[in-house]
Design a protein around this ligand. Structure first.
Ligand SMILES: [Zn+2]
Length: 127
């Protein structure tokens, strides 16, 4: 091997090594980028899951608040919603609740504030 050939060989080896290192660095930075994305997604997922949990709890609180204020059971609640829905087609007004405590239980009527239409929504099966 001549001196010139040796120099050329060294230059090629050097260039190849540099190329490998550059490729390796690229792969490394790509992996790091993926890792960062993964970590960010984990944080997002946690946030999303806790948001979902909060929404779920808020719904539960709202449900408890509504049923405790009106002392309605599930069946009465459904009747109340049905009345509101059906009546909204005629007039768009709020409704009153009338409670009557009897020896057997609490009777409940709903009545439109505007036109006075009322309905007994008591669940007598619970009496
Ligand atoms: Zn009405």
């Amino acid at each position: 091997m001549t001196e010139q050939e040796r120099v050329i060989k060294d230059v090629i080896t050097f260039a190849e090594r540099n190329e490998e290192e550059r490729m390796f660095d690229n792969v490394k930075s790509y992996i790091n980028k993926i890792k960062r994305q993964r970590d960010n997604l984990r944080i997002e997922l946690k946030k999303y899951q806790s948001n979902e949990k909060i929404a779920e709890l808020e719904n539960e609180i709202e449900r408890l608040r509504v049923s405790s204020v009106f002392i309605l059971n599930e069946k009465e609640r459904k009747e109340e919603i049905k009345f509101k829905k059906e009546h909204r087609e005629k007039c768009d007004s709020g409704i009153y609740h009338f409670f009557e405590a009897t020896d057997l239980g609490i009777a409940v009527d709903v009545k439109c504030r505007e036109c006075g239409v009322d309905k007994d929504i008591t669940d007598y099966s619970a009496w």
